[in-house]
Design a protein around this ligand. Structure first.
Ligand code: AMP
Ligand code: MG
Length: 405
């Protein structure tokens, strides 16, 4: 049996990052930057007003107070978007709106609240330091400043910053395209009537959703019967549009019904193995097709499939985008109840992490730890790790937990 760490290391060593492309701004959300993005223009690109008010010379309103207001003639108005070149003479002012360019000759903006709001002549009740309420060109970033570093997964604010910096496209690695295929004669589509012996297919739906949640474009294929040729042709048809394939089921240690194993032994370089973990012991990974597309053959039990996805597929998806795989953070917690675990296997037990208590984080193992019990996985927000050499832990023991995405 391979250890979890050895298997993961093998997977990551085999993944080749996707090529990067010019990606149009509107499509950048969730992609990973390839190359730093630096400012080409100052941000903001011109001196402008931070307030609605009056652009003045600070020296002209130096003595202003409520008791001794200063009156200045108002020589015009500058709305945001005004691109004309404007100037004021000493002893005058101009009405100015937030974001409008500062006129030459002015160095300060007096907010409208500190005035009587006059349009011909304005009475100003407050003095201000030179530069007050003026947003200087380059005050957020100067040309050449680093805005976003290579390897950033672009979120909403990053995309906003690219737009603010005037970038219509950037070089990035696209969201990985993931295809999910489930196998099993017992599987039928949700929404159709069951007869005893059948179950509603859930893994492909769940794994495609998990891949989407991780920022991928994921596609679920129709259920494939337990037939080697059917599996082969589904894998082959999924290959063209996918950067990573996932199958579920058909890889247990049980022989002739393990059709995924049988099919993939004739295609590509997939190796099947036992990994010293629970749930999720039977695992297969390799490369298939002309593009050497990575494929994970996950076990069919839904909890095994999901835990395997979190432990192995998520890091592989990161690696495809040339990110260091560290998406699921382990954190320390204290067990509130005893747990048991088989010898020589790393257990991932479903638990509820009490995120509210800041000082001592407690985790409560759930009842229902069998690998078909998806309802208990849905109640969990964390996986409690019990190391290979530990078979039981008492209440109060210190453990590491993985917070579920
Ligand atoms: P297998 O790995 O194909 O031997 O399946 C192991 C267990 O997982 C069996 O109880 C299957 O019925 C169940 N199973 C396999 N595939 C799925 C699926 N796509 N959705 C829900 N349960 C599944
Ligand atoms: Mg099966």
């Amino acid at each position: 049996m391979d250890s979890v760490d050895k298997y993961l290391a093998e997977v990551l060593a085999a993944i080749v990052p996707l090529a990067s492309h010019e990606v149009a701004l509107a499509d950048t959300l969730g992609t990973v930057l390839d190359g730093d993005v630096t400012a080409q223009w100052p941000l903001p690109s011109f001196d402008n007003s931070a307030m609605d008010g009056y652009a003045v010379r600070a020296a002209d309103v130096a003595g202003a107070s409520a008791d001794h207001p200063v009156s200045l003639p108002v020589v015009g108005e500058i709305p945001a978007g005004d691109t004309a070149s404007r100037a004021i003479e000493p002893g005058t002012c101009i009405r100015i709106m937030t974001g409008a360019p500062m006129p030459d000759g002015a160095d300060t903006v007096i907010p409208v609240e500190a005035t009587d709001g006059g349009t011909e002549v304005v009475s100003i009740r407050e003095a201000a330091e030179r530069g007050f309420s003026v947003r200087l060109a380059g005050g957020d970033a100067q040309p050449g400043d680093l805005l976003l570093s290579s390897g950033t997964r672009l979120g909403a604010v990053h995309v906003g910053l690219l737009a603010a910096a005037g970038r219509a496209a950037v070089r990035a690695r696209r969201r990985p395209r993931v295809a999910v295929i489930s196998t099993g004669n017992e599987l039928i589509e949700p929404g159709t009537a069951l007869v005893p012996g059948q179950i509603w297919e859930s893994n492909a739906t769940m794994l495609a959703a998990a891949a989407r949640q991780a920022g991928c474009d994921a596609h679920r294929f129709p259920v494939v019967r337990d037939d080697t040729d059917a599996v082969l042709s589904a894998v082959q048809s999924a290959l063209s549009g996918a950067d990573l394939l996932i199958t579920s089921g058909g890889v247990s240690m049980g022989g002739e019904h393990d059709v995924v194993k049988a099919a993939l032994s004739t295609l590509g370089t997939v190796t099947f193995r036992k990994v010293a973990m629970q749930p999720g012991m039977p695992q297969g990974f390799g490369m298939v097709g002309p593009g050497r597309t990575p494929i994970f053959t996950l076990p069919g039990n839904p909890v095994s499939a999901y835990v395997s996805f979190c432990l192995f597929v998520l890091p592989a998806l990161d690696a495809l985008q040339d990110l260091s795989p560290e998406r699921i953070a382990a954190r320390p917690a204290t067990l509130t109840k005893p747990v048991h675990s088989p010898a020589n296997k790393r257990s991932f037990l479903r638990g509820i992490l009490d995120r509210a208590s800041d000082h001592v984080t407690q985790v409560t193992p759930l009842t229902g730890q069998a690998s078909h019990q998806l309802a208990s996985l849905a109640r969990a927000n964390a996986l409690i790790i019990v190391p290979e050499d530990v078979t039981s832990l008492a209440a109060g023991a210190a453990v590491d937990v993985l917070e579920l995405p």
